[in-house]
Design a binder for this molecule. Structure first.
Ligand code: ARG
Length: 569
């Protein structure tokens, strides 16, 4: 339908090409403005004419196109707009025919192209906290979105597993730690030791030198240093994987900072050869003052590499190994400068692709707004605890709403809906905005929430379960879907393809989350206004068709967010 409108406009407008027309063509939210609206403001600049006069001219030309009479109930001008009112049956047919296929929304746009996504990346020996929950769910959703568009995606977990902090940890462990405590308490104990190190180093600064020496040993490959580090690494990864498993998420590569430890020498060599490295107070830096940026530190005074050095090595490795079209980095906004520096250095090294190929995807903070969240040692909030708490809260609600479900069904529903509720809350607002964390909102079955969308999905499932003679491939009478709420629902269904592309273009899962709520709301209005399981078979079939399609798109939208569904909850 949209392509017909674009085609007709293309014939009527010489000043814009098809892509430009498609770009500015709108789908108005109010039915009285038509199904498609073409604004003439942009043309006014080129044609030096008032937009409403241009609209009138275009209208004249459009009306001469013979397809107009067949496709539209009417076309009219409204100020600077040309509005198209599609014929309800033709519209219904076109939407349903394309959307009833199982892979509606998928495309091969990204065929043969690879996207690397660097996300989650928690720090070894530190807890997986709420901030890491955000990068994890945003990155995972981008993975799903790009995969749906046919891209090959490499999911990379750039663990923070190298650096001076491990020297400190080894010193603390050797002085004040015990194997039993670390074995028993894992990350919690490692964090205690780390804090203790800083307290002690305030009194006794020589400890800092010891820490540096231990990290230096790690960099030189010292066996004892590396075996303690590896032990801490294994403990941490096991805990992280527990959280990923709870969320149903996986990675293709756990290549953290330590993976690049034998690759940083080459970075230094290349920077030196290309004359980019300068000395500053004993350290080696790349001067970026010409670009209004602080210098990028490459080697510390003692010759050890840092975060940025390893990131530069990582870009080179990934380009060589995956030949990515784009490499995305999902981290908090506070790392904006870091990535700007790394990307600039890559550009200065003569990599033209760095300009468009490396993208930082920042996000806002999670604000707890006085909410009491369970904490472990030292008042630290673990993502795992939040997820578990969500599961138990949802379990109570399900217990009350649907006591007849079996124990297993309740357990499964609570896990999927509980985890989904937290993820959805994280993805609903534009990623750059801060997310507020309110249990009451997150777990609500009403409003703009995960449980609301999942509940609507379960409602669709239940409707279809109770109709036993419905076949999605059967003939339907499209004229039976001309009422307002059916039309509105089909308009939502029609948007799904564009929504996925928009989410990908803007690296913005919230586009999908908002769409899922819009679709669920449109369905629930349709459901309130139309009885679905009516006696007349043709009406029942037509309405079941919309229910079937809605159910599948809700499931696919949730899946694009990294959230599952259950048939009953
Ligand atoms: N470990 C870092 C942190 O927790 C995030 C790493 C992001 N990725 C990267 N390539 N620097 O802040």
């Amino acid at each position: 339908m949209k392509s017909i409108v674009v085609d007709i406009l293309d014939k009527a407008v010489d000043e814009l090409d098809k892509n430009q027309i498609e770009e500015i063509l709108e789908q108005p939210p109010k039915p009285e403005l038509g199904d498609y609206a073409f604004p003439c403001f942009r043309l006014a600049k080129v044609m030096r004419k008032a937009p409403n006069m241009i609209a009138a001219d275009i209208y004249e030309k459009v009306c001469q196109d013979e397809r107009v009479a067949d496709t539209f109930d009417k076309v009219e001008t409204n100020g600077a707009y040309v509005n198209f009112f599609t014929n309800k049956s033709i519209f219904a047919k076109s939407v349903i025919e394309k959307s009833k296929s199982d892979n509606y929304g998928s495309s091969d746009l990204g065929k043969g192209k690879t996207i690397c996504i660097d996300y989650s990346s928690p720090n070894v020996a530190k807890n997986f906290h709420v901030g890491h929950l955000r990068t994890t769910v945003i990155g995972n959703s981008l993975y799903k979105i790009y995969s749906k568009l046919g891209f090959n995606v490499e999911r990379i977990n750039h663990l923070g597993d190298w650096g001076t902090q491990f020297g400190k940890l080894i010193v603390a462990y050797k002085n004040w730690g015990s194997e039993e405590e670390v074995k028993a308490k894992g990350i919690e104990e490692l964090m205690r030791l780390y804090v203790l190190f800083h307290d002690e180093a305030d009194k006794n600064p020589e400890l800092e030198d010891d820490a540096r020496a231990w990290f230096h040993k790690m960099e030189l490959g010292d066996e004892e240093a590396l075996s303690i580090w590896k032990w801490f690494f294994d403990i941490s990864l096991e805990e992280f994987k527990r959280t990923y498993k709870l969320m149903g998420m996986e990675f293709d590569h756990y290549t953290g900072e330590s993976f690049y430890r034998d690759k940083t020498d080459d970075v230094v060599k290349e920077l030196t050869e290309k004359g980019l490295l300068t000395e500053s107070e004993g350290a080696k830096i790349v001067d970026l003052s010409e670009y209004d940026m602080a210098p990028c530190l490459i080697l510390k005074k003692d010759g050890s590499s840092i975060y940025a050095t390893r990131d530069i090595a990582a870009v080179e490795y990934r380009k060589k190994t995956y030949n990515f079209e784009k490499c995305l980095y999902v981290t908090g906004q506070e790392q904006k400068l870091h990535f700007a520096q790394v990307f600039k250095v890559m550009e200065l090294l003569g990599n033209d692709w760095a300009k468009d190929g490396l993208v930082h995807i920042p996000y806002g903070l999670v604000s707890l707004a006085g909410e009491k969240l369970s904490t472990r040692g030292g008042n630290v909030i673990y993502a795992e605890d939040i997820l578990k708490e969500a599961i138990s809260k949802i379990k109570e609600i399900i217990e009350e709403k649907n006591p007849d479900l079996s124990h297993e069904q309740k357990e499964e529903a609570a896990r999927i809906v509980g985890v989904g509720a937290v993820i959805f809350n994280d993805l609903y607002n534009q990623r750059i905005k801060d997310v507020s964390f309110k249990w009451e909102h997150i777990t609500s079955f009403e409003g703009e929430t995960g449980p609301y969308v999942q509940y609507t999905y379960a409602r669709c499932s239940s409707i279809l379960r109770n109709v036993n003679d419905f076949d999605i491939n059967g003939e339907i009478d499209y004229s039976l879907l001309s009422d307002a709420s059916s039309s509105e629902l089909m308009k939502e269904i029609n948007r799904f393809e564009d929504i996925i592309k928009e989410a990908a273009d803007r690296y913005e899962p919230s586009v999908v989350a908002r769409y899922a709520v819009d679709l669920a709301q449109a369905f629930n209005r349709f459901y309130t206004e139309n009885r679905i399981a009516v006696d007349e078979k043709d009406v029942r079939d037509a309405r079941c068709t919309l229910t079937y399609i809605t159910r599948r798109i809700l499931r696919d939208s949730l899946d694009l967010l990294g959230i599952g569904c259950v048939e009953q909850m």
